[in-house]
Ligand binder design. Structure first.
Ligand code: KG4
Ligand code: ZN
Length: 380
């Protein structure tokens, strides 16, 4: 690590303006300016607002990152930037800034896939050489839910994914149904934590369906949910059915016609808080049980897997963190769980993926900088 280049990394793929200073996987500073408040009132990220905010904040975030790492811009030896996947006009701000700085400093430039950043986020201040392969990666964010087989660092095979909504997206939509603020994940998690102690959870195989049955000793309610894809041998998941099921549970409790479009009427907001909390908990348990069932299937399919690598905003969820910790322990897997601040979008994880590429000699020399462009639809 000591002879690896001092790197400045920029990430602007969505609604975080983020810059990290690193050497190898060692993170010297990691600064994130979150635009959350700017988008919250719209219930989602507005690309035009994201672009403007990135443009306004990028220089300040760069300077803060340099200051915190106690290095000057002139000392930087490599530039790295997220090129995709993400919002095109948001990515563009980071890409242009990285090109400008790399040109000014006349140093190499590394194009990074945001998803590889999430995948390698647990390697912050760790040594890649410690990884025992093959490993299974599980990426769970607002835009992605993917199972990745890693035979070799840098060689990734997607072996399962969501067929519709991403897990984080499902949290956001469910939160909306429950009248909770955006982003939904943290809001659901907070309420679920309150309700969980009152719930007894059971699972039941019935005909072709795999059911979650939760009984509350507080409200005396019983909630039944079908966990989608449970019986399907693939490693794919699906979250749109869960959303529909939640709508029906909410409608049932609200005593309104099930055909009513809850999302439009907002009738859900009238639910007493203890019911909202229990629904949040039931949803959270179901959403993660689906992932756990697929992790089990993945181990059956690929018995040589030695490690489990987690990444993505949803990995901030405490309930899921303890669930996967237990799962890894039971299955004798080495668990790589990123620190919470590295689960949501940040530049430190991008810096780690950049270093992986640098080790592979995968960077643009100054005369190749023009080749760098944003790739909004990039995949792993
Ligand atoms: O990785 P990320 O910051 O952005 C994307 O690249 O998508 O993930 C954001 C997603 C949002 O859907 C958010 O609701 C979810 O992660 N999230 C959570 C939690 N914290 C954030 N989901 C469940 N539990 C949480 N504690
Ligand atoms: Zn992300």
């Amino acid at each position: 690590v000591s002879n690896s280049p001092l790197t400045l990394t920029i990430e602007t793929s969505c609604d975080e303006t983020a810059v990290a200073i690193s050497r190898g996987t060692e993170i010297l500073s990691n600064v994130v300016y979150s635009q959350l408040e700017l988008h919250a009132q719209y219930g989602g990220v507005v690309p035009g607002i994201a672009k403007l905010a990135h443009q306004q904040k990028i220089d300040e975030v760069i300077n803060t990152a340099l200051n915190r790492a106690e290095v000057s811009l002139e000392q930087i030896e490599t530039l790295a930037v997220t090129v995709g996947p993400g919002l095109a006009i948001a990515l563009e701000v980071g890409v242009n800034k990285a090109k400008e700085l790399a040109k000014q400093l006349n140093i190499p430039l590394i194009a990074v896939n945001h998803m590889e950043g999430h995948l390698l986020s647990s390697f912050a201040n760790q040594d890649f050489a410690q990884a025992q392969l093959p490993a299974l990666g599980l990426l769970v964010s607002g835009g992605h839910t993917e199972f990745i087989l890693i035979e070799k660092l840098g060689k990734y095979e997607k072996v399962g994914e969501t067929l519709d909504d991403a897990c984080g997206e499902a949290f956001d939509k469910c939160a909306h149904l429950l009248g909770l603020p955006y982003p939904g994940g943290p809001a659901i998690a907070r309420l679920a934590d309150v309700a969980m102690p009152n719930l007894t959870i059971n699972y039941k195989q019935q005909h072709q369906s795999y059911l979650l049955i939760a009984t509350s000793n507080l409200t005396k309610q019983t909630y039944t949910l079908t966990i989608p894809m449970a019986g399907n041998p693939s490693l794919d998941v699906s979250y749109s059915g869960l959303k529909t099921a939640m709508k029906q549970l909410i409608a049932g409790l609200a005593g309104v016609d099930q055909k009513l479009n809850i999302q439009e009427t907002g009738a859900n907001a009238a639910l007493p808080i203890e019911f909202t909390a229990e629904l949040a908990a039931v949803f959270q348990v179901a959403a993660f049980r689906m992932l756990e069932l697929k992790l089990q299937k993945a181990l059956q399919k690929y018995p040589s897997i030695k490690e489990l690598w987690l990444g993505g905003g949803v990995i901030a969820n405490s309930y899921f963190r303890s669930l996967v910790t237990q799962f890894a322990h039971q299955n004798q897997l080495i668990l790589r769980l990123p620190a919470k601040e590295l689960t949501t979008d940040n530049a430190a994880m991008i810096a780690i993926a950049a270093y992986r590429q640098w080790l592979d000699g995968n960077y643009l020399t100054p005369n190749q900088h023009d080749q760098l462009d944003r790739q909004p639809n990039l995949t792993l």
